[in-house]
Design a protein around this ligand. Structure first.
Ligand code: MF3
Ligand code: CO
Ligand code: CO
Length: 276
């Protein structure tokens, strides 16, 4: 097995899929407020993908070995939910933090995968800081993406940054190669040692999607839905996700659209933050 290198035409297909995945989040943003249920957000997203974009959800009916079919068009992971939260009838309330993770499939069969954190009303300073640091941790990882660097450099940078802020990195879930297949090689760990693992080459496309906990890194399955993952100590967890292309000189973040949160200033300055 080896890592698929995308052609120029493949990259065009991925650019479209990734922009559309990001635009689903743009569309949802104004609806993500106190009083709305995650099921309603899921319904809006499903209709937007199918009726407006002409895409479809990659998660609806998704069934990796050992899992039941995933029942929704997106994942909504609230507060202590680490990932794979299933939309339900419970209204959001002020102070909640929530990840929305959207993966679309275009008519041509390309997958675009991304997620963002949403703050519902005024949240605690601790929750806000977790979301901000996790966003920066994703970007610190993205900054390591260039030909010749290795996946261990990406994971190490994220781990050092997150742990440097007193947080922990979830180990059981990782980023992944993506293309005409949802989850393909390589696995992109969000922890590790510099100079280890796969060497990055132009044309590789993978996600970077760190899950960062305020408390301990251990997780458990929430219950009997077969999907929802929570922190074992019930502490808050945050996640951001982009799909990234390795270019000749560095990286291209493919999941960008008009509503994407601004790139951190330290990325534009091409220096690591003082806290890294
Ligand atoms: N979008 C998630 C990822 O980033 C996968 C969700 S699978 C689901 O890889 F079935 F839970 F939706
Ligand atoms: Co995702
Ligand atoms: Co992903």
């Amino acid at each position: 097995m080896s890592i698929n290198i995308k052609s120029a035409a493949d990259i065009q297909g991925m650019r479209e899929a990734c922009r559309l995945a990001s635009e689903v989040l743009d569309y949802l943003t104004p609806f993500v407020t106190a009083g709305v249920t995650t099921k309603e957000i899921d319904r809006l997203a499903g209709e937007y993908m199918v009726n407006v974009q002409g895409t479809r959800s990659a998660t609806l009916g998704y069934q990796p070995p050992g899992y039941p079919p995933y029942p929704a068009s997106l994942c909504t992971s609230l507060n202590n939910v680490v990932c794979h939260g299933i939309p339900n009838e419970k209204p959001l309330k002020k102070g909640d933090i929530m990840n929305i993770d959207v993966t679309v499939i275009t008519k041509d069969g390309w997958f675009g995968d991304n997620s963002r954190m949403y703050l519902i009303g005024e949240t605690s300073i601790a929750a806000k800081r977790l979301c901000q640091v996790t966003f920066e941790a994703m970007w610190v990882g993205i900054m390591q993406v260039k030909p010749g660097n290795r996946l261990g450099d990406v994971g190490h940078a994220i781990q050092k940054f997150a742990e440097g802020h007193g947080y922990s990195v979830v180990r059981e879930f990782c980023g992944h190669g993506i293309g005409k297949v949802f989850h393909e090689e390589p696995q992109v760990l969000h922890y590790g040692r510099p100079g280890t693992l796969e060497v990055l080459k132009p044309g590789m496309v993978f996600t970077i999607e760190p899950m960062i906990n305020i408390g301990r890194r251990e997780i458990k399955e929430h219950g009997n839905d077969g999907w929802t993952i929570v922190t074992k100590d019930r502490s808050l967890s945050a996640q951001w996700e982009h799909t990234v292309l390795v270019t000749e000189t560095g990286y291209e973040v493919m999941t960008m659209s008009a509503g994407s949160p601004a790139t951190p200033a330290f990325v534009n300055a091409e220096t690591l933050p003082a806290t890294a």
